[in-house]
Ligand binder design. Structure first.
Ligand code: HEC
Ligand code: HEC
Length: 208
């Protein structure tokens, strides 16, 4: 092997290793950093006040999506004072570890929907699946999420409290009746999200 081809071979090996290395999140470290998060997300059915709605379930969510969401609170694209305060204390470099810990074991698509899909879901399935499992890691899983939280998040995209190029357009086209039917439908999909991965592993995730 000439020095040049040896160098080329080495670069190719490094290039193929790099993506794997970049994705290896440290869940133990993530668990320590996520300590304060449990005060709200670790308590099943914990409520946000003014307005009152359930704090979202994070166990089983896509880790890559949790990073997207945290960056949204940090940048102000998602308007929520408490989550803004939480997210700004976290360095971007820590987000992947925290997200990997909180998501735990990501739920997998079943391809089988529970119940009858509302008409308005026809445009959603391309990204959120017919069973509420996001088809890309950056698309949230909606399966089993709190119905009142889905309602609140869709209304937030519609009102502009949440700014997201894709979801603002999607929510703008929905009536209040569509929003209610979609929230009910996606929250009833199984297997679904759970407050935390620990609760899910212990089999204490209600209704699943
Ligand atoms: C005081 C309660 C509270 C604490 C503490 C808290 N959160 Fe939240 N979190 C919320 C509420 C309420 C929302 C929903 C906000 C909204 O309407 O967008 C939320 C939303 C989120 C979301 C978006 C979930 C989704 O489905 O889009 C993520 C991710 C998140 N929190 C992560 C964290 C992390 C990480 C911490 C700790 C560093 C944390 N939270 C601490 C109350 C809290
Ligand atoms: C082209 C892909 C795409 C389509 C189609 C789409 N979504 Fe989304 N959805 C996303 C992405 C990306 C996000 C995350 C946006 C953000 O960063 O806030 C999201 C976020 C959401 C959330 C917030 C989840 C949470 O945990 O906070 C809900 C609820 C939702 N979508 C429901 C729907 C519904 C209902 C439809 C159909 C009317 C739909 N989406 C269509 C990609 C899509």
């Amino acid at each position: 092997m000439t020095p040049r081809s040896a160098w080329l071979a080495l670069s190719l090996t490094l290039a193929s290793l790099a993506p794997g290395l970049a994705q290896a999140a440290d869940t133990v470290r993530g668990g320590k950093l996520a300590y304060t998060c449990h005060g709200c997300h670790g308590i099943p059915n914990y409520k946000n006040a003014y307005p009152i709605y359930s704090v979202p379930k994070l166990g089983g969510q896509h880790a890559a999506y949790l990073v997207v969401a945290l960056k949204g609170y940090k940048s102000g694209d998602r308007g929520h004072p408490t989550m803004y305060a939480q997210a700004t204390t976290l360095a971007d470099a820590d987000l992947a570890d925290i997200a990997a810990f909180l998501s735990g074991t990501e739920i997998k698509p079943t391809g089988r929907a529970v119940g009858t899909a509302p008409k308005a879901s026809q445009t959603c399935v391309a990204c959120h699946g017919n069973d509420g499992v996001g088809i890309l890691p950056e698309y949230p899983n909606l399966a089993g999420q709190h119905e009142d939280y889905i309602l609140h998040s869709l209304r937030s995209y519609k009102s502009g409290v949440r700014k997201n190029a894709i979801m603002s357009g999607m929510a703008a086209a929905l009536t209040e009746k569509d929003i209610q039917e979609l929230a009910k439908y996606y929250s009833s999909q199984r297997p679904g999200l759970c407050a935390t991965d620990e609760i899910r592993k212990a089999g204490k995730c209600k209704g699943q």
